[in-house]
Design a protein around this ligand. Structure first.
Ligand SMILES: Nc1nc2c(ncn2[C@@H]2O[C@H](COP(=O)(O)O)[C@@H](O)[C@H]2O)c(=O)[nH]1
Ligand SMILES: [Mn+2]
Length: 372
């Protein structure tokens, strides 16, 4: 049952946003409880995509007072979803040609201005997508829930839309490695140094997503315009409570009130949503994806007997999957993720977002390890 805008309240400090319809692993709930018990934690929110992470769960927001925990942000600070209106015509889209180009050379990195204040080594990997669950996906508008908002945002079925999911590449783990373990006083030298580098990585990752989109679209002879970019791994001052900080690990920020995408999988819809209602209990945060149901090895062992790799290059929705990495085809199969429809329904029922429109995948590109 929903009470107010929270679903369960197993511990005073934590608000959970999943209903019984959404898959939830006990280990993820346990991890969030342990996180909430860390010194200085004042509140936490578990989204319906909550799933176990290395030490803290993914799909959560954690508020602290006078302390920050870089490990709660994790090794991919700045990771986010950027959504672009493109000039790729939906009707005349030549999937086979784009597939060939992606398979032969990957995404080209366009020439771009580089901020003079950034060190030269940050040029490395800028505009590249990264491995694993990072992707670039052409989508088509499949359904509109809020016609007025869709009109205002210029949503249409004439052209395809591009969703880019990527983060800070090798720079994120390097930052975490150089940072002292445990909590940091944000006013200390180490705290300030971390925050300065973290903030730069957030800007880097945003720029990188735009460049990746530009490079990807150049292979289709097209251009794009960013309509939404939302980072889901970060720590930032709580704008509504002085001295407090909000950590987001796999959680979109709703602070700006702007629309953002909740990604499903390569074989299910993704949803363009916007925040609504009271956002205090959910710490101005929301799910950004469906969340993993099975870990990578679990997905491989369950699916390798069920499908041959070639069958996974086409989805049930008719989308094309461009991926040269056989293991990744299984690890990232739609079945490895939770049901995005129940995830989004939970968030709507809790009154924290409303759905503007649904988009379905037409072509999903995942780059192999060691490339891009
Ligand atoms: N539309 C697509 N969504 C996908 C794909 N692979 C994963 N996903 C979703 O994105 C999030 C990313 O989670 P993160 O923790 O790595 O930031 C994940 O929860 C899935 O729901 C895809 O190929 N297409
Ligand atoms: Mn991510």
């Amino acid at each position: 049952m929903f009470s107010g805008n929270s679903v369960l309240n197993t511990q005073d400090k934590i608000h959970f946003y999943h209903s019984a319809s959404t898959w939830m692993e006990g280990r993820a709930v346990e991890q969030l409880k342990q996180t909430a018990a860390l010194p200085g934690v004042t509140a936490a929110a578990g989204m319906p995509d909550l799933h176990p992470g290395l030490s803290a769960p993914v799909g959560a927001a954690v508020q602290t007072e006078k302390i920050i925990y870089p490990e709660l942000v994790g090794g991919d600070a700045g990771c986010g979803m950027a959504f672009f209106r493109t000039t790729v015509p939906a009707g005349k889209f030549k999937a086979a040609r784009l597939e060939r180009r992606l398979l032969s050379g990957g995404i080209p990195v366009p020439e771009a201005d580089f901020p003079a204040e950034w060190p030269d080594w940050l040029r490395r990997e800028l505009g590249t997508l990264g491995h694993g669950n990072h992707f670039a996906e052409l989508q088509e508008l499949a359904g509109i829930r809020l016609p007025d908002r869709a009109r205002e945002l210029g949503l249409n079925r004439r052209n395809l839309w591009l969703l880019v999911h990527s983060g800070s590449r090798g720079h994120g783990p390097a930052l975490l490695e150089r940072t002292p373990k445990g909590g940091l006083d944000p006013e200390s030298e180490a705290g300030k140094r971390y925050l300065e580098r973290h903030n730069r990585l957030l800007a880097w990752a945003k720029r990188s997503r735009r460049l990746a989109a530009e490079g990807f679209l150049s292979l289709a002879g097209a251009e794009g315009e960013c309509v939404s970019d939302n980072c889901h791994n970060s720590v930032a001052p709580d704008p509504f409570a002085a001295g407090r900080w909000i950590h987001r690990k796999g959680a979109a920020s709703t602070e700006s009130g702007l629309p953002f995408v909740i990604a499903g999988s390569r074989g299910t819809p993704s949803y363009l949503v916007e925040p609504c209602g009271e956002q205090a209990d959910n710490l101005w945060s929301c799910a950004h994806g469906a969340g993993r149901k099975w870990n990578r090895s679990g997905a491989r062992s369950r699916l390798e007997n069920r499908y041959d790799a070639e069958a996974l290059r086409r989805t049930k929705l008719g989308g094309i999957v461009v991926c040269r990495d056989r293991a990744l085809l299984f690890e990232e199969a739609p079945e490895a993720y939770k049901n995005v429809d129940t995830v989004v329904a939970d968030l709507e029922a809790a009154g924290i977002v409303r759905v503007i429109a649904a988009f379905t995948p037409v072509l999903t590109y995942k780059s192999p390890a060691g490339r891009e």
